[in-house]
Ligand binder design. Sequence first.
Ligand SMILES: Cc1cc2nc3c(=O)[nH]c(=O)nc-3n(C[C@H](O)[C@H](O)[C@H](O)COP(=O)(O)OP(=O)(O)OC[C@H]3O[C@@H](n4cnc5c(N)ncnc54)[C@H](O)[C@@H]3O)c2cc1C
Length: 439
Amino acid sequence: MIAVIGAGISGLSCAWWLHRAGQQVELFEATSHVGGKVDTVSEEGVQFETGPNTLLLNDAQSEWLSSMGLTLVPATRLSRQRFVLQGGRYRSLPSDPLSFLFSSLLSASAKRAVLVEPWLRNAPLEPHETVAAFFRRRLGQEWLDMLVAPFVAGVFAGDPETLLMEECLPLMLKVERRSGSLVKGMMRHVLAGKLARKTPYSLAGGLISLPTALASGLSLQRNSPVERLEREGSGWRLQCASASYYADEVVLSVPADEAARLLGEHWPELSSALAQIPYSPMSLVVSLGARDDMTRPLRGFGGLNPVCETPFAAGHLMGGDMFPDRCDDDDYLIVSYVGGSLFRQHHDLPDRELLEGTNEELRDVFGLTRPVRRQWLVRHQRALPQGTAAMVDVRKHLAALDGTGLHVCANWLDGVSVSDCLAKGEALASRLLRRPLHA
Ligand SMILES: Cc1cc2nc3c(=O)[nH]c(=O)nc-3n(C[C@H](O)[C@H](O)[C@H](O)COP(=O)(O)OP(=O)(O)OC[C@H]3O[C@@H](n4cnc5c(N)ncnc54)[C@H](O)[C@@H]3O)c2cc1C
């Protein structure tokens, strides 16, 4: 039997592929909820996601999800329009590299930086370069402040001063190392059609439909946290509160602190490296109100807030513009992201102050004339793992698991997106299926 610990998207994907190949697989989940960070709230004609909001899938994944009976819902064309806060107002973000050069978002010297970048011959100062150091070196501070940092805050809830390029933006790093220029290398990728813009998707019924579909047919034990792993013969014994189970192979699909705890007595060095992986907190404030109350509406995907603007939230998504069936046509549905590494102090405020801060910003930037009609607050104390220097040590010690029958498939290694987690689950399952069970 193969045991998969953790029924988030990573564990579910791996278990689904193993099960489909006829492998005996048992999935253990600590809580009653299946899907980990993925969950959808549907009430009183309103629908919103409390975890991931959209999926960026490759073609094979779209086909896979459709073949499971899921209905992919593409984001509207309107949501191609993205914004960035500048001078207290949202400015449209150019959608292609050429229009950046004509946009008033960047100064003349920042635009010049793009043109001279291909001729720069400045090597990185550190072997493990941070995102901030990389972009400062190649394009300068303005690019970092206005575009890269808000993007990194939006995708990883992270701080570019601590996130590593190799962990978060490995393609850009590879391109620059290979061709000596980020701009030239990325242009080559664009021209070769390797960077075609992906459509963001949701699913009919919300993203919760994905874990529900993956779990159907699987042997799944809810409310069954695995408390200990013990070696037994060539396999492992999983200790849960009320029973224990023997597994030939074990897949760990749990957050890094849980992996550290479970591995502690066997691999103390790997365990202490895992315990060092920082997580960013994130709160979501979901606000519903009448569109007519917005004197400065933002029609599109949403807006990112650079730290230099001293905003309260990291950004706001226009849920209703992206997927119109999320609320009444006459209403707006804004999802505000408060927290991440850059805005941790706002996340840590008591609920009332957090909501006040968000509402004040909503009034300022969207020109709301009346208070929001309904509001929900969702807190994630440990939202997203951060690909910082701690990962260098983790990667060094992970080799200790080779040949032990223990495998890792989780969002703290090799990509946090749902699409990455789906892909890693599939890849690990096919590796496990290609070889005889651990002996
Ligand atoms: C607010 C937010 C917004 C996001 N937005 C997006 C987005 O728009 N698009 C996107 O692609 N991604 C997004 N992400 C990232 C993505 O949702 C996650 O990285 C991904 O869902 C993580 O999946 P996972 O299975 O690796 O981990 P998790 O979802 O954390 O699942 C781990 C599971 O392990 C279980 N577990 C823990 N310990 C034990 C134990 N001892 N025994 C048994 N079970 C255990 C947990 O209960 C949990 O169910 C977002 C994440 C957050 C938090």
